[in-house]
Design a protein around this ligand. Structure first.
Ligand SMILES: NC(=O)c1ccc[n+]([C@@H]2O[C@H](COP(=O)([O-])OP(=O)(O)OC[C@H]3O[C@@H](n4cnc5c(N)ncnc54)[C@H](OP(=O)(O)O)[C@@H]3O)[C@@H](O)[C@H]2O)c1
Length: 176
């Protein structure tokens, strides 16, 4: 199964603003369009509980997109569940991927947060990383990844400027 990890970050590698500002408040329109395109291409989106809670109010569920929220306490969020569109699981990353493969899925988009992304990389489950760099400096905020990932090697496959302001989209192949 092909797992693509996608994040938008400031030039100093922060995925939230210094006071926890969410990407929808500072990421460029071009990045947000790129992210929506990735969601459609992958059909499955995996996030951690905190990322889900941070975006819950703005989330628009659509028939062809399956959103999976990873949490050790799925029962607490069960009331939000919408079959086939939004679900909560306490499966480990490996068991979740195996279950999706069994369900015939061939690809998924991993959209963090930093702890969960690091957990997937540590398990060598991520094939590609797409990092959008916005021309901003935050000096504080969540890092892109939270965990020791020294065994991961990145190979740049493309870099593209998304707008005149200088937003860069970097795509990397990941090897271990
Ligand atoms: N700029 C961007 O591209 C971007 C992308 C994603 C997220 N973010 C931001 O990052 C922040 C959230 O970061 P975060 O690290 O706190 O959140 P997170 O990864 O979204 O959530 C962490 C939670 O995920 C659950 N989880 C389940 N399996 C896990 C595993 N194997 N490893 C780690 N966690 C697992 C746990 O929930 P339980 O405690 O319920 O067990 C854990 O507390 C939010 O502000 C969000 O908006 C930004």
């Amino acid at each position: 199964m092909k797992i693509t990890l996608a994040v938008v970050a400031s030039a100093d590698g922060r995925i939230t603003g210094p006071k926890g500002e969410q990407p929808r408040l500072w990421a460029s329109r071009e990045d947000q369009e790129q992210f929506q395109k990735l969601i459609k291409e992958n059909g499955v989106v995996i996030v951690g509980r905190n990322t889900y809670l941070a975006h819950r109010k703005q989330l628009k569920l659509t028939p062809n997109i399956r959103r999976i929220v990873m949490t050790t306490q799925p029962g607490k969020l069960k009331k939000d569940e919408v079959k086939g569109r939004l679900e909560f699981t306490s499966l480990s990353p490996l068991k979740l991927i195996r279950a999706l493969e069994k369900g015939g899925y061939r690809r998924a988009l991993l959209a963090g947060g930093p702890k969960l992304s690091a957990a997937f990389l540590k398990l060598k489950l991520v094939n590609e990383i797409h990092i959008t760099i916005e021309p901003k400096l935050f000096g504080a905020g969540f890092p892109i990844l939270d965990g020791n990932l020294s065994q991961c090697r990145l190979k740049l496959s493309s870099s593209k400027q998304l707008n005149a302001g200088g937003t860069q989209l970097l795509r990397y192949k990941v090897s271990y």
